[in-house]
Design a protein around this ligand. Structure first.
Ligand code: CP
Length: 307
């Protein structure tokens, strides 16, 4: 594939190739080998129109560990503040010889538009409430490395599904790889039609306590208050009581089950510190795995040393 814009771009063999390549890259990310020369002479641009900690740093670390040149572009402080369009920004990056553009944008679909304007590869690092495919890949990698497989796993994705690009990309990728997904949350935050359109067979349940004993993985989502009007926002206490993962709820999970969260977390709302910092939590591991997975994505998209 030339671009990575959506979880739907990945069939099972391609997704598996990325995960297997990431496992090889992990020796580099794990510092046994510090750097690979694979992308020497190639330029990766991080084009971020929205805030990010994990994704931006992770792509930068991944590109550098493959010896690429990295240009970090933040909309804040750039000519975007003077009204420059995404297209003109893209053409400027193109003129500077970007081989890959990693883009985060508040508008759903922005990476797809960008892909029409640049010759290099475009990687979607999160677009609005739409998709975040490399997050889904690092989540799948983490599940596979902790539980040994993806096919047949039961994954509960819990919380603010409505505003979650992480949920959308996970539903697409996990169903491609043979896992079963149940979306859990308040009815106002779960668009049933979208869930089923994304991946037929995806279940919806409004009762977290009923789902937990059957789950191999519980993936908590951040409540995205910034995307909700005040009248729409559930009270934090009520939300935590019904859909927050706390110690007693975690103990309803099967012994082997893991707890995930893409970050950033609202500690005390969708997840308590006891759970987030417990041995079942893979939250820090997800960040580590993100570097290997993004190395694999950049390596495969840019074709290693074959320019
Ligand atoms: N998980 C994730 O996308 O985090 P950031 O917003 O910090 O990049």
């Amino acid at each position: 594939i030339r671009h990575l814009l959506s979880g739907a771009d990945l069939d099972a063999p391609t997704a598996t190739l990325i995960l297997d390549t990431a496992a090889q890259m992990a020796t580099v990310a794990g510092r046994e080998v510090k750097k690979l020369p694979a992308l020497r002479g190639r330029t990766v641009v991080n084009l971020f129109y929205e805030d990010s900690t994990r994704t931006r740093i992770s792509f930068e670390a991944a590109a550098k560990r493959l010896s690429a040149d990295v240009i970090n572009f933040s909309a804040k402080g750039s000519s975007v503040a003077k009204g420059e369009s995404l297209k003109d920004t893209a053409l400027t990056l193109q003129a500077m010889g970007a081989d890959a553009v990693v883009v985060r944008h508040p508008a759903s679909g922005a990476p797809h538009r960008l892909a029409n304007w640049v010759d290099g590869s475009v990687v979607n690092a999160g677009d609005g409430t739409h998709e975040h495919p490399t997050q889904a890949l690092l989540d799948a990698y983490t599940m596979r490395s902790r539980l040994g497989r993806l096919a047949g796993l039961h994954v509960a994705v819990v919380g603010d599904v409505l505003h979650s690009r992480v949920a959308r990309s996970n539903v697409l990728l996990l169903s491609t790889l043979g896992a079963k997904v149940t979306l859990v949350g308040p009815p106002t935050l779960i668009p049933v039609d979208i869930a089923q359109a994304l991946a037929p067979g995806t279940d919806v349940c409004y009762d977290l306590d009923a789902v937990l004993p059957q789950a191999d993985v519980v993936m908590m989502l951040r409540v995205q208050r910034e995307r909700m009007s005040d009248s729409y926002f559930p009270s934090a206490r009520e939300y935590a009581r019904r859909y927050g993962l706390d110690g007693p709820r975690m103990r309803r999970l099967p012994e082997h089950a893991i707890v995930m969260h893409p970050g950033p977390m609202n500690r005390g709302m969708e997840i308590t510190p006891e759970v987030a910092d417990s041995p079942r939590s893979t939250i820090v591991e997800q960040v580590t795995n993100g570097v290997s997975v993004r190395m694999a994505v950049l390596y495969l998209l840019l074709g290693g040393n074959n320019s």
